[in-house]
Write a protein that binds this ligand. Structure first.
Ligand code: FAS
Ligand code: PHB
Length: 397
């Protein structure tokens, strides 16, 4: 990794957050001749240690290719044209390509996407300041916004034309928008996902989303030799109480018998519990500050939309900024409205998939029968399958 670039006192677009949103935006703008600086709170190793998403929509794949950061994905990524939904002992394969006129998804981990974007930024000499502490944003609703931050005990100031808040759910950007301007919408689910990563061959060559009396489970993967599994867990669970053996036993109990019987188990590389929430911020712009990705919205991972929504935000924002510097600000003026239109559709799908496939004890026997009926309808209706498929592969930008 090259020595960190010195931080300039001025740039065109200041980006807060060096996750996939911030890195992708920085790369796309730099390739269009627009200067950026990325301020990232954590070290690069810390950012790259996160295990998160695993499924990319075609829109994200296209953006990574446009960003010149897709070579390893195209070599190592797995193109999937189908996905399975299991309900108790029943299994239903959705032929995504047949149901959507040829569309597919790419199975390639977010960790790899982020590493590829870091490599692409390094190759272009991108300015990324790691361990930038106490980032604060100033005059975002004026004509001369700027940011301050601390590093190695010194306070720095960067003037800019625009600020992109790509700093995730717990970032500073959304908090910079005045409370009387911001409107938020939230639904917190009464359970989480306990996830494991292990170097064992996947149990199935496509993902399986499973609804079982014991709860939800997901069989996913990172490659033909590395698997990613999740089971629904209560919010009181502590990951340290889950040995590998206990996880593998619980996973098998959440799956159809013929799937459980093929499970290959092994030592975990990573285990973690993620809470599930639906969250949206309106608007996604305030003056010269634009929110993108998890800084603006969160979806439960059941629909594989989190990272993919960040991608469509970055598509709208990068094209709006590029057009602005070429004299047309229409894209920036319409950014929030265009991004939110797609965000809310993905929020709906992610909420529907979560409600369909997780156990909600408080909904009782009637609720369980509604979930069974949802599955039976899906199994019997090509229209229902096409609706799930078109949302899963990703609605148009
Ligand atoms: P990120 O949160 O990835 O990145 C924000 C960056 O900003 C971070 O590097 C952070 O360190 C930095 N930052 C924060 N505050 C800052 C500050 N004040 N100053 C400077 N930098 C700051 N999505 C899926 O599709 N499938 C999944 O299975 C899935 N699993 C997930 C599991 C977990 C535990 C989490 C938290 C999310 C998961 N997601 C999943 C969603 C996830 O993939 C996000 O959608 C994706 O990381 C969005 O990328 P960013 O918008 O870049 O936000
Ligand atoms: C993953 O592989 O981590 C993954 C895949 C699909 C999802 C959620 C997570 O919906």
């Amino acid at each position: 990794m090259s020595a960190p670039m010195p931080c300039p006192a001025k740039t065109q677009v200041l980006i807060v957050g060096g996750g996939p949103s911030g890195l992708l935006l920085s790369q796309l703008l730099h390739r269009a001749g627009i200067d950026t600086v990325v301020l990232e709170r954590r070290s690069r190793d810390y950012v790259l240690s996160r295990i998160r998403a695993g499924v990319l929509e075609q829109g994200m794949v296209d953006l990574l290719r446009r960003a010149g950061a897709a070579e390893r994905m195209d070599r190592e990524g797995l193109v999937h044209d189908g996905v399975e939904i299991a309900f108790e002992e029943d299994r239903l394969r959705l032929d995504l390509a047949d149901l959507t006129g040829g569309k597919t998804v790419m199975v390639y981990g977010q960790t790899e996407v982020t590493a590829d974007l870091y490599a692409a930024r390094d190759a272009m000499g991108g300015v990324i300041v790691h361990e930038a502490e106490n980032v604060a944003l100033h005059d975002v609703d004026g004509d001369a916004p700027y940011a301050t931050f601390e590093k190695n005990g010194e306070t720095h100031r960067i003037a800019c034309d625009f600020i992109a808040g790509c700093d995730g759910f717990h970032g500073v950007a959304r908090q910079t928008i005045p409370a009387d301007v911001l409107k938020t919408f939230e639904l917190v689910y009464p359970f989480g996902w306990l996830g494991i990563l292990a170097d064992v061959p996947p149990v199935n060559d496509e993902l399986i989303y499973a609804c079982h009396d014991k709860g939800f489970a997901l069989c996913s993967m990172r490659s033909q030799t590395r698997s990613r599994y999740y089971i629904q867990c209560s919010l009181e669970e502590k990951v340290e109480d889950w040995s590998d053996d206990r996880f593998w036993e619980a996973l098998a109990a959440h799956l159809p018998a013929d799937v459980a019987g093929k499970l290959v188990t092994g030592p975990s590389i990573e285990k973690s519990i993620a809470p599930l929430r639906s969250f949206v911020t309106e608007p996604m712009r305030h003056g010269r500050l634009f929110l993108a990705g998890d800084a603006a919205h969160i979806v439960p991972p059941t629909g594989a939309k989190g990272l993919n929504l960040a991608a469509s935000d970055i598509h709208y924002l990068s094209t709006g900024l590029i057009d602005h510097y070429r004299g047309d600000s229409t894209g920036l003026e319409t950014y929030s409205q265009r991004a939110l239109a797609r965000v809310w559709k993905a929020e709906r799908f992610s909420w529907w998939m979560t409600t369909f496939l997780h156990r909600f004890p408080e909904k009782g026997a009637f609720g369980a029968r509604m979930q069974r009926a949802e599955f039976d309808y899906l199994k019997s209706s090509r229209a229902a399958q096409a609706s799930l498929a078109e949302n899963y592969v990703g609605l148009p930008y």
